[in-house]
Write a new protein. Structure first.
Length: 485
């Protein structure tokens, strides 16, 4: 095992890798419940069923199918990272793209008066084709070439931007940061919560997640300062215990729906893109909007997945100090190959785009350096396949401290940007800032690329090597004009 995964060579231990794999799983386990909610509009009791009640049955069936597909994709994609790339990265269905999938294909079909099941299956065709394009780019080496051709200022700001982004995800998920109609965001309103609650118990239950998350980040920070191994996973476990103690509750498991989930998966999810009129619907004006719209959607899914993955790989590899002499992630080509195969597998199984998860950074921060970390994460997801409620035992407020702490660790990368050169400073800052503000890694990279090209062009510094980033910037301009996401 040590020789295969190069555990000692990378300065790690089996125990550290196992702890890191568990940490990554805890940080991203939410996806097995969140992804079907996003794709299937929250299922039979969700918002779309509330608008069109007669769709409740189909949406419930879709939710079950996507749940099983979500877990299987995470297992397959993460095992690929373990055995092909031998890197500590985990894969699962990408956030953002799953919501876009629902809006475009599921709710889009519902509001057009079409079948939501057929809309869902036509969407799988689009994801499949984007995955094939992705795979071709990976096999030919073009994807790796594109990644390496990114300007240095963007390579250095991407990890920091991702750190800020995932810290924001943690803060928002735990309720520490909440929306405000005047200032967009605000700190959790303790006073308002207490004043508006009907009972003291209601107020306390609303406050508990925030308190637990704040305590959790302090616990991890103290343990990290004391150089305690496994500080992140200890923080997650401690936060989980505090959550149930504070709420005077015990975690519950409900396994009654597992059999129906597998049946629905077999009926409409597995190979769903080859069922019925999925392929003709994928290019049909009633479902997608026509051939031009279908082509644009394929490009968008490919573009977003590509740069989400590139950003995640550069960010996490930088955090783990696994960059080569050129500042590029080791095994970049194999990692990208795993990602593209994961996307194709996801479409075949019945879910939206699979991508390398930014939460992998939490496992890397816990010491994960090899594919053994990914193997452990994948095995944890296998358990979820048969005990779906296990993902809900760890509350969001317990994993939020891990994401916030990883953001702390990754933010230091921005110090490497040359802030005296505005050709580097402005694109880097925009990349860093726009990731959390637009809730998208790829949007941050796109906006930073556009700024870099324009500043380089109008200051007379444009070189032949800037052609690749110019093409990237142009594609993002097209995306921003033609696609709302």
């Amino acid at each position: 095992m040590d020789k295969f995964f190069k555990i000692s060579e990378r300065g790690s231990t089996v125990r550290t890798e196992i702890m890191a794999g568990i940490t990554t799983f805890f940080a991203m386990a939410y996806i097995v419940l969140v992804n079907p909610n996003q794709v299937a509009a929250e299922g039979k009791n969700g918002w779309l069923a509330g608008i069109i009640p007669e769709l409740s049955g189909d949406l419930g069936t879709m939710w079950n199918a996507v749940f099983i597909a979500s877990v299987l994709v995470a297992v397959i994609g993460t095992l690929l990272m373990a055995f092909l790339a031998k890197m500590p990265y985990a894969q699962a269905c990408g956030m953002g793209l799953n919501s876009f999938f629902c809006t475009t294909f599921v709710s889009g079909a519902a509001f057009a008066g079409c079948s939501v099941i057929e809309g869902y299956q036509s969407g799988l065709v689009i994801v499949f084709l984007s995955g094939i394009v992705f795979l071709i780019l990976s096999i030919t080496g073009l994807r790796q070439y594109i990644a390496k051709a990114m300007p240095e200022c963007l390579k250095k700001s991407i990890p920091a931007g991702i750190g800020l982004f995932i810290a924001f995800i943690g803060l928002k998920g735990a309720g520490i940061v909440e929306s405000n109609q005047y200032t967009l965001v605000q700190f959790f309103d303790f006073h308002g919560t207490i004043q508006n609650a009907e009972t003291a118990r209601d107020a306390w239950n609303a406050i508990v997640p925030v308190v637990v998350a704040l305590i959790g980040i302090i616990i991890i920070g103290i343990l990290a300062k004391l150089n305690v191994k496994g500080n992140i996973v200890i923080g997650i476990i401690a936060s989980t215990i505090l959550y149930y103690v504070f709420k005077l509750e015990t975690p519950t498991f409900d396994v009654s729906n597992i059999g129906q989930s597998f049946k629905d998966f077999a009926d409409i999810g597995l190979g769903g893109l080859f069922k019925g009129d999925a392929w003709s619907n994928a290019f049909n004006a009633s479902y997608i909007g026509g051939i031009f719209s279908a082509v644009m959607l394929i490009i968008v899914f490919c573009l977003v997945d590509m740069f989400d993955t590139i950003g995640t790989l550069y960010g996490t590899a930088s955090q783990a100090n696994m960059l080569d002499e050129n500042g590029d992630p080791v095994n970049l080509d194999k990692s990208m190959m795993c990602d593209s195969i994961g996307t194709v597998s996801g479409a075949l199984l019945g879910t939206s785009t699979c991508t390398t998860f930014v939460e992998s950074a939490s496992g890397i921060a816990a010491g994960g350096r090899t594919g053994l970390t990914s193997l452990v994460t994948a095995l944890c997801f296998v358990v979820c396949l048969f005990l779906s409620p296990i993902a809900g035992v760890i509350p969001t407020c317990a994993t939020a401290p891990a994401l916030i702490f990883v953001g702390v660790l990754m933010a230091k990368n921005f110090a490497k940007v040359d802030m005296d050169d505005m050709r580097s400073a402005v694109p880097a800052f925009l990349t860093f800032l726009m990731m959390p503000l637009t809730y998208s890694i790829s949007n941050g990279i796109g906006i930073g690329s556009i700024a870099y090209v324009l500043i380089t062009l109008f200051t007379g510094n444009y070189k032949k090597r800037d052609i690749v980033v110019t093409i990237i910037a142009a594609l993002f301009v097209v995306k921003f004009i033609f696609v709302t996401m």
